[in-house]
Design a protein around this ligand. Structure first.
Ligand code: SAM
Length: 377
């Protein structure tokens, strides 16, 4: 990681290099201007690819492998294309409805093919865990959830909230392991909620056990009449722009002795990160929080334990998703994407290739996942 302690005084006055939080006003402004130039260049390249520029995957990957380590290690401020990436936003999650259109309510047949849909593991839009010998995506997702169960200390009889529950994979898997656990899932995606409603009618699904309650709604406005023993949120906080207000809300849902496990993509550099491409085409207002951001917000919730999951895990997961996406073209090319399919396909390939490569740079030590166990402060 970039050292902020050796030359803090010098670093303060040098634009581009080092921690944005330490910059003098002039160096800060100069770095912001440079970040805009970097972003405009990246956007021009991304849009050239989207509009048909032929670039072999190997060349694409090599370009990222060469440039990203320099930015991670020396110029983290250039990876924040917009001012809002560096600060907390007004709302807990900005652009929620737009996010659903651009990303989560896309044709489900396409997403389900890409993510995988099995008997117990439903489409799961977060990293698998490959370090325990998983030989395929389904197994890697089971191993990831086994680790969540252990780290959150889930016990039979717990009443659990899944904040941003996707297709219900996490509840379904955990309900399959614990006969007396109850789950509540919150999700704004109408299409994903429709998937869960179908499973709630399916006798083969644990979501039909009567122990699963679904709330379709925005986490900005979330409200529950009961309090929970455990809260988990997997892969959702990249859509949260205000940790202070989000933790205040989660704390209000949690029993006095309850526990929270947040699992998110993090970057081990001083500043948060985003990209103009993902903001426009993939995750509006999405960001990767710096790895220390959550423990630094010990306000209504405090972090009592934290883990870093190496980025190679997400690299393998994304590589699998890309292969599955490529393999499903015949099936998914006639679905309605609101644009020409060839364009959609290139946007989506750019996304899967870009993220899949970034997670593997620097041996996965800079961009991976953070897990944070939290209790009432
Ligand atoms: C990356 S997916 C992760 C889903 C699930 N936790 C998993 O691991 O498969 C993020 C989830 O958060 C939901 N989400 C994003 N923004 C939301 C919001 N403002 N309110 C409610 N749900 C939201 C999305 O619809 C999606 O289901």
């Amino acid at each position: 990681m970039v050292s902020t302690s050796i030359f803090p005084d010098i670093q303060k006055h040098i634009p581009v290099m080092g921690d944005m939080n330490l910059k003098s006003p002039i160096a800060y402004k100069a770095t912001r201007a440079m970040a805009s130039v970097v972003n405009a260049t990246q956007m021009a390249l991304a849009e050239a690819y989207i509009h048909g520029l032929e670039v072999p995957d190997s060349v694409f990957r090599a370009a990222i492998d060469t440039s990203l380590p320099v930015l991670f290690k020396h110029c983290p401020g250039l990876l924040a294309p917009y001012e809002w990436v560096l600060q907390e936003t007004d709302r807990i999650a900005e652009s929620s409805r737009e996010l659903m259109q651009v990303q989560y309510d896309r044709p489900q047949a396409m997403l389900n093919q890409m993510l995988g849909d099995w008997k117990v593991i439903y489409p799961k839009y977060s990293t698998g865990f490959w370090e325990n010998g998983a030989t395929n995506l389904e197994e890697s997702q089971m191993h990831m959830l086994d680790q969540v169960i252990e780290r959150l200390g889930i016990e039979d009889g717990d009443n659990i909230l899944d904040f941003g529950c996707g297709w219900g994979c996490v509840p379904n898997y955990i309900l399959s392991k614990f006969p007396n656990v109850r789950f509540t899932g919150l999700n704004l995606s109408h299409e994903q909620c429709e998937y869960m409603r179908r499973k709630m009618q399916d006798p083969d699904s644990y979501l039909s056990s009567g122990r699963f309650t679904l709330h379709e709604g925005d986490l900005n406005e979330a409200h529950f009449d009961e309090k929970f023993d455990k809260i988990l949120s997997i892969g959702v906080f990249c859509h949260v722009g205000n940790l202070t207000n989000a933790f205040q809300k989660l704390a209000s849902f949690l029993k006095a002795d309850g526990k929270v496990l947040i699992h998110i993509i993090t970057v081990r550099m001083p500043n948060h990160m985003s990209s103009g491409f993902t903001h426009k085409y993939i995750f509006p207002h999405g960001r990767y929080w710096n790895h220390d951001a959550i423990p630094n917000h010990n306000c209504d919730l405090k972090t009592v334990q934290r883990w870093y999951m190496n980025g190679i895990n997400y690299h393998k997961t994304l590589t699998d998703w890309l292969q599955r996406f490529d393999a499903s073209q015949e099936l998914v090319k006639s679905l309605d994407y609101g644009m020409d399919y060839a364009k959609f396909r290139r946007i989506w390939r750019f996304y899967l290739l870009l993220l899949g490569t970034i997670f593997a740079t620097c041996d996965g030590e800079y961009n991976g996942n953070g897990q944070y166990l939290m209790v009432h402060a």
